[in-house]
Design a protein around this ligand. Structure first.
Ligand SMILES: [Zn+2]
Length: 451
């Protein structure tokens, strides 16, 4: 008798802590693209990038064999080859600006070039942009050393290779929204290529809804231990927003929304979608914008008010980052391709691809999402309007306890209003639009209507 009671309790716990309300299938088109991500392709891109000797931002711009110029042309040629199979939708170019000496990391006027490929969306009413970024430049011990060898296999050959591989596979598919694939330069000089692009996006009102920044995500061990961890990847996201906090702080405090900003929502989303499509990979959310003592190319976007996150491997090996290639006391230093785990990089690239594809296929987010607080009640009434672009079959209502990092329940409805028998005081809610093939938009946290 006691035993039966025990089992009953366990069942209750399971039911309240899983997505028991909705069965979600993989979209076969995305599953197929995920299958096409190739460890061999990624490996070949990285060896080719390493063969340019150095990709320091101030290295040779016009040498066909060595330096950042040769590396830029390599990526541009890849993008241009993919463009041939894109039905005229993929356009690639090098976006340049001149960097002036700053007495720190730039000692001479330098032409900076971001290699960009834009896969234009097929819906003329859809102006959303989803962006994947990695940095093509690298450094050895000194950021101004443009002569010595700097292989940069992992930092950030891994991120640049992931961008190229996503462009290869996705450019032969069509999406209603636009996807931008970019390998930037000047990261090691202070995120300069990303600042150039993010500032331009802000100034020109680009509707960027998500930025996936990949930096150091293809190696599986730390310098302190030999433990191999190739089943987890970290996603870093800011809590309190860097942008416009003065205007939003009061509301964030009042409603307890410190974990529900754009970047954190995106992190939650990429975890769910990445784990839906990629086997043997856990996306680990880290509740901070970046690691100690280091920066990343998502930050210029975050500072401009865009949702942006950073992906990095679980454990970093500092013997292989920002080091001259040398052997000392039996330890090999330098960012060499022999330290890469291309199967791990394949999974991390596939995780990016599944997210870009799911976002770009989905309808846009529902509009005017509201939670009613006109009177005291133990129910919760949510309402919203249809998205601006894309066709929906319905909407998902997301629910979690205020202490939970992840959405715990997901309900489907075809209506534009939903009454839940749970108190709004005790849970967080959000609404996503979902289309015929099951692709869901980013979630929208409801605004408050009432008093
Ligand atoms: Zn880096």
């Amino acid at each position: 008798m006691r035993k039966i009671t025990f089992i009953f309790c366990i069942q209750i716990i399971i039911v309240t802590h899983c997505f028991s309300q909705t069965i979600i299938n993989r979209d076969p088109e995305i599953a197929q693209m995920v299958k096409e991500v190739s460890a061999d392709s990624l490996q070949s891109y990285i060896y080719q990038m390493v063969n340019f000797g150095t990709r320091n931002t101030m290295s040779a711009a016009n040498d066909p064999q060595r330096g950042i110029g040769a590396a830029r042309n390599f990526v541009l040629n890849k993008f241009n080859n993919f463009a041939k199979k894109s039905g005229g939708r993929l356009a690639a170019f090098i976006d340049t600006t001149t960097l002036m000496p700053d007495k720190k990391r730039i000692d001479t006027a330098t032409l900076l070039g971001n290699v960009v490929a834009i896969l234009k969306g097929t819906d003329p009413n859809d102006n959303r942009i989803f962006l994947i970024s990695g940095h093509l430049d690298n450094m050895r011990g000194s950021p101004t050393d443009r002569i010595g060898d700097a292989p940069g296999a992992n930092d950030d050959g891994s991120g640049a290779a992931a961008v190229i591989e996503c462009a290869r596979i996705m450019s032969s598919h069509s999406f209603p929204a636009t996807i931008i694939f970019v390998t930037v330069s000047g990261e090691e000089q202070g995120l300069l290529g990303a600042y150039y692009m993010a500032n331009k996006a802000k100034k020109e009102n680009w509707n960027i809804e998500a930025v996936l920044n990949n930096d150091i995500m293809g190696s599986n061990n730390s310098n302190e231990t030999n433990i191999i961890d190739n089943t987890r990847i970290r996603v870093f996201s800011e809590g309190l927003p860097a942008y416009d906090l003065d205007k939003t702080a009061k509301q964030i405090r009042q409603f307890g929304l410190e974990n529900d900003g754009k970047a954190r929502q995106l992190a939650r989303y990429v975890k769910e979608i990445g784990e839906r499509y990629v086997e043997n990979l856990e996306v680990v959310m880290v509740y901070r914008n970046d690691r100690f003592l280091r920066g990343g190319d998502h930050t210029p976007y975050v500072e401009n008010g865009f949702a942006a996150v950073r992906f990095s491997e679980m454990n970093e090996n500092y013997n292989h980052q920002h080091k001259d290639v040398k052997k000392e006391n039996g330890i090999q230093y330098g960012d060499l391709p022999e330290f890469m785990d291309f199967e791990y990089l394949r999974k991390n690239t596939a995780m990016n691809l599944s997210n870009l594809a799911n976002l770009a296929k989905a309808a846009s987010m529902p509009e005017e999402v509201k939670i009613e607080v006109k009177k005291l009640s133990n129910n919760t009434l949510l309402s919203w309007n249809a998205p601006k672009s894309g066709k929906v079959k319905g909407y998902y209502i997301l629910q979690r306890e205020t202490t939970s990092a992840f959405w715990q329940k997901k309900y489907f409805t075809t209506e534009k209003e939903y009454l839940l028998p749970f108190s709004k005081d005790n849970y967080f809610f959000a609404v996503q639009s979902v289309n015929e093939s099951g692709n869901e938009s980013l979630p929208v946290v409801p605004g408050v209507v009432g008093r």
